[in-house]
Design a protein around this ligand. Structure first.
Ligand code: GDG
Length: 451
């Protein structure tokens, strides 16, 4: 959202990420030159634990990524979730003007529209879900399926990443909300609920292609990328970049890489996996255990296959600065993006944008939202199928230059055209129509009362 807000202005309402009182000085310093207004919402430590780590990241996140065994369905979390959503609703009600375009983002804030309706707000409310929406059999495990769907149906427009997410959502509405009526449409779908029309569509999120491409062409990135290459002579570099998260399939990927080295000895000494894991949500015990699993696997692979001149896995548990990230994208021959499930996965798109010489291979999970757009160029894999992924590493390694270029060209075309501004425009175009329609209705209503 950052490049879009910077270009168009607006107000960003959000939690700055630290619990307790928000320190005024540092907050003002951090947001002064943002190019848009920033309104903070404060969370206490308990709210952070129950709303953010609890309901959002301990229930919705794993469940919506089809990992129901990872859920902690603690009843107190739902109450905290509602209360924090109500606080966001208050902030929105305080900061917005009657004809503002209100766009709520992501799984932490699915209850906001309901809270705003309870406060009498009639304005058009829109929502975008960045993560996948699960099929009914998984969604039904949630202790509040009806309450959550009812809350979501208080928005006027619901956007999903892919056709599959939209289909799953409609399937859940059909099964759970007996008084909702589905009106099939070719383009935007329509649900009638409590005398209101709700529009639904899929809007695959894009990236700021030009800024990644320009960044990759810069002198500093070119230099760093050459240094990276020079550090591993005669090797193809394979890159994994992920937040520390069990949905990203990092252990499965490491197992597949180990299997590739075991069964395809021609790879030994000729490939290096650079795996960057960015620390995230480490306060949740499951994330901590998960890191230990990754550490052990990296140790096992390096212990088994390394020689005095070759280390098969270069492992970084930290975040890279932007220049370094771009240097990795442009310096690595193969990107290894194998989430178990992902709303979209921007790393896959950023990698393509940085391949200014139109080469490089993308190994991509079927279960990343990005697969719908990039399937014509990527090598698609099932991340659970260790042997298939291992064989795909070999296939990527052996791919001819001509094939790499043809595939990368196709992917870059999509990523360039369907960029973040295209994404915002397609969402706003629908949203603007809704706002206009609702304004007409409210005018008619006012005129009727005036008579
Ligand atoms: C959620 C959904 C959906 C990563 N490492 C570094 C770094 N990053 C940046 C990447 C990319 C972002 O973080 C990660 O985005 P993803 O899309 O891959 O994943 P989530 O964070 O899980 O995002 C996802 C997304 O929302 C958008 O809708 O695609 O499916 O899960 O932009 O560049 N940035 C820097 N250093 C790093 O080491 N500077």
């Amino acid at each position: 959202m950052e490049p879009v807000l910077r270009e168009r202005g607006g107000t960003w309402i959000g939690w700055p990420g630290i619990a307790g009182k928000i320190p005024k000085g540092p907050f003002a310093d951090a947001t002064r030159n943002a190019g848009y207004k920033v309104v903070p919402v404060a969370l206490s430590e308990i709210e952070r634990d129950e709303f953010y780590y609890g309901y959002s990241n301990g229930v919705i996140w794993p469940l919506f990524h089809d990992l129901q065994n990872f859920c902690n369905f603690e009843p107190a979390y739902w109450q905290a979730y509602k209360e924090v959503n109500e606080r966001y609703a208050d902030a929105i009600a305080r900061c917005s003007q009657p004809h503002d375009f209100i766009w709520v983002h992501d799984y932490h804030l699915m209850y906001v529209a309901q809270a705003l309706r309870e406060r009498g707000l009639r304005a058009a409310l829109t929502f975008f879900l960045h993560i996948p929406f699960p099929p009914y059999d998984i969604f039904a495990k949630l202790p509040q399926p009806q309450r959550l769907l009812r809350a979501l149906l208080q928005f006027d427009l619901l956007g999903f990443q892919t056709r599959r997410d939209l289909r799953n959502f409609l399937g859940c509405v059909r099964r759970v909300m007996s008084d909702a009526q589905l009106v099939p449409r070719r383009e935007l779908q329509l649900v009638r609920f409590e005398k209101r029309d709700i529009r639904l569509g899929h809007f695959p999120i894009g990236i700021d292609f030009d800024s990644f491409e320009k960044g990759a062409m810069s002198e500093a990135v070119t230099r760093r990328s050459q240094e990276l290459r020079a550090a591993f002579p005669d090797c193809q570099l394979i890159l994994g970049v992920d937040r520390l998260d069990y949905s990203k399939g990092i252990p499965e990927r490491l197992r597949a890489y180990r299997d590739a080295l075991e069964r395809h000895p021609e790879l030994r000494g000729h490939v290096v996996l650079i795996q960057v894991v960015v620390p995230s949500r480490v306060e949740i015990p499951r994330y901590h255990e998960f890191k230990q699993r990754i550490d052990r696997l990296v140790g096992d692979i390096n212990g088994r296959f390394s020689t005095s001149t070759w280390l098969p896995v270069q492992y970084h548990f930290r975040s890279l600065d932007r220049e370094d990230l771009l240097a990795h994208y442009s310096g690595c021959d193969i990107a290894f993006v194998t989430p178990l499930k992902d709303g979209m996965n921007l790393v896959a798109k950023e990698y393509c944008a940085c391949r200014i010489e139109e080469n490089g291979v993308l190994i991509l999970s079927h279960f990343a939202g990005a697969a719908e757009q990039l399937k014509t160029g990527a090598l698609l894999v099932n991340p659970y199928d260790v042997e298939e992924v291992a064989d795909t590493v070999l296939k990527a390694f052996q791919m001819t230059e001509a094939d790499r270029t043809a595939r990368m060209k196709r992917m870059r075309r999509v990523v360039r055209e369907e960029n973040v501004f295209w994404w915002v425009d397609s969402f706003l175009r629908v949203g603007a129509k809704l706002t206009a329609r609702l304004a007409r209705v409210s005018k008619r209503r006012q005129a009727k009362f005036a008579r």
